[in-house]
Structures are given as structure tokens and as C-alpha cells.
Design a protein. Structure first.
Length: 91
């Protein structure tokens, strides 16, 4: 089951959870990130951020980075950071 969008850092479920996720993250490739994330969810967010118009895409934006992390429970989390806003995905 692919991971789905949960929240962004502007309105986190819990500040403690978000802090833990960020503190335990490591940068990954776009390809790895996309292999773990639900495509419909990702495409919707990408569109909402204005990346649905060629030639723009998240993959090549210098201001976007992709991460793997975990929740305090140990559950895996993937997120991308777009202009210093984290977009969190998990199940």
C-alpha cells in the first residue's frame, strides 16, 4: 500500500510528531520518494502547488528536496520539502 498525504507543517497533527520526523530524516532521491507515494495523492498536491503546467515539475525544482523518516512509533514516513514547507506522507 502506497503512502498517502497526511498534512503539511503549516497545520501539523502534532508539533512534537513533526519535529521528530524532521530530526530523524535523511535525504532521498525523487525516484525513491515517488516509488513509495500514492500517485493520485502526489499528483493532486503537485497540481495545487502549480506544477501541473509544463515545463515546471517538482523533480527538477532546486527548492524541493525529498526525505525518508519515521514517526516516534517507528512507522516509516516520507516527505518533501517545498520552499521550507514539509508535506508529510504515511499510512
Amino acid at each position: 500500500m502506497k503512502m498517502v498525504y497526511q498534512y503539511c507543517c503549516v497545520s501539523p497533527k502534532s508539533l512534537e510528531e513533526l519535529e521528530y520526523i524532521i530530526d530523524h530524516s535523511r535525504e532521498i532521491t525523487y525516484k525513491t520518494f515517488r516509488s513509495k507515494i500514492d500517485s493520485e495523492e502526489f499528483n493532486s498536491i503537485q497540481s495545487n502547488l502549480g506544477y501541473d503546467k509544463a515545463p515546471f515539475n517538482l523533480k527538477d525544482d532546486y527548492a524541493v528536496s525529498f526525505y525518508k523518516s519515521k514517526l516516534p512509533s517507528g512507522k516509516l514516513v516520507y516527505y518533501f520539502c517545498h520552499s521550507c514547507i514539509e508535506h508529510i506522507f504515511y499510512n
